[in-house]
Design a protein around this ligand. Structure first.
Ligand code: FES
Length: 352
């Protein structure tokens, strides 16, 4: 096992002892490469071969692949590039209809970018990912970053360095470090231990993660993932970038006997901002007017948690019909929806 960061010895693991899950992508033209569209690799390539405009997006349109659950998109992109590089004559890469230069419409700005691109080295870059950290009695939040080649022997990723910052509810710094993760290694880091349980039942903070590859390569599996572990169960989600300013919507059900609904707002902006939370917006004709509007102040780089509480009267009128919640932010932000059991011993989390 190769490890360069001694202090993370117990958190960075190698895949050596795990089963070899690699698959060879070259030899089965009958394999289904998009289950939703029931599309075989051979049909994908045949369609590509007869298309005049051989762009990836045009191929997806033509085959209807990759547009339902989207789970296959990265693989389809691989098969597309691989088919074109294997047989460049058949799979013509000069798409005349998309060639802006031939059409004489390249704007000046693009000329400048082209010149800059030709004199600067390519740099692998990924935007910041933001993870909510949840701390409570017997609740843990873990970060996982896995550097693996996505199960394909032919595709290679690069060693990466992840820079991780942990911030408290008020946005103050709690932890910062850079951790190298070689190809085939996995980082597991418990995040909630950096927060203090200053109020009940939950305290929140955030992890800011920037990942840099040593050289340009396939992205592989390096997107940060996080898990929330509680006494009766666990949930996991991939990290998100920020959005906004603007509105974020979630559709939920009010079932106070079964679940508690929280919104977690990460202010990714370097100044404080306020957010407005309004509900219920109903999905059907009804006489209930939107009546709950709450304002939250979030400090610079801070994180806030807000519980949606409908109260008895609204609960009686809503029954268990779904409704929407709108979160309006002034600045860049990332909002997560956290759903817990009444005892907060099991969670699920999602994003928009
Ligand atoms: S598997 Fe391709 S869209 Fe679902």
């Amino acid at each position: 096992m190769k490890k360069k960061e001694k202090k993370y010895m117990d958190t960075v693991m190698s895949f050596e002892d795990k089963a070899d899950l690699s698959v060879n992508v070259n030899n089965d033209s009958n394999q289904i490469i998009c289950a939703c569209a029931n599309l075989k690799l051979s049909d994908f390539e045949k369609t590509l071969g007869r298309m005049k405009t051989q762009s990836f997006s045009a191929l997806l349109r033509e085959t209807s692949a990759g547009s339902t659950c989207t789970a296959c998109l990265l693989d389809l992109e691989y098969f597309f590039v691989e088919a074109k590089s294997r047989n460049p004559k058949h799979f013509n890469s000069d798409d005349k209809t998309n060639n802006l230069k031939q059409l004489g419409v390249i704007p000046t700005k693009q000329h400048i970018y082209k010149i800059l691109d030709s004199i600067t080295p390519p740099i692998a870059w990924a935007p910041t990912n933001f993870i909510p950290i949840i701390k409570g009695d017997n609740i843990e939040t873990w970060l996982t970053i896995t550097n693996h080649d996505l199960l394909f022997r032919e595709r290679k990723s690069a060693p990466i360095t992840s820079s991780i910052e942990i911030r408290a509810t008020d946005g103050s710094f709690l932890f910062k470090d850079k951790i190298k993760i070689d190809l085939g290694e996995e980082l597991k880091l418990r995040l909630d231990t950096y927060l203090k349980l200053e109020s009940q039942p939950l305290v929140v903070g955030a992890a800011y993660i920037n990942t840099y590859a040593k050289f340009p390569a396939m992205r592989g599996t390096i997107r940060p993932q996080f898990e929330i572990l509680a006494e009766a169960g666990a949930c996991a989600l991939h990290a998100q970038g920020d959005v906004g300013p603007g509105d974020t919507w979630f559709t939920i059900q009010n079932k106070p006997l079964d679940q508690r609904i929280f919104l977690i707002l990460l202010n990714t902006f370097h100044k404080p901002q306020s957010a407005k939370i309004s509900w219920p917006f109903e999905l059907y004709n009804s006489s209930i007017k939107t009546k709950n509007v709450e304002s939250l102040q979030i400090s610079s780089r801070g994180t806030e948690i807000f519980e949606i509480n409908c109260g008895d009267a609204l609960t009686a009128r809503l029954e268990d019909r779904p409704f929407s919640v709108k979160i309006s932010t002034e600045r860049s932000c990332r909002v997560y929806l956290l759903c817990g059991t009444p005892q907060l011993d099991r969670f699920s989390i999602d994003h928009r």
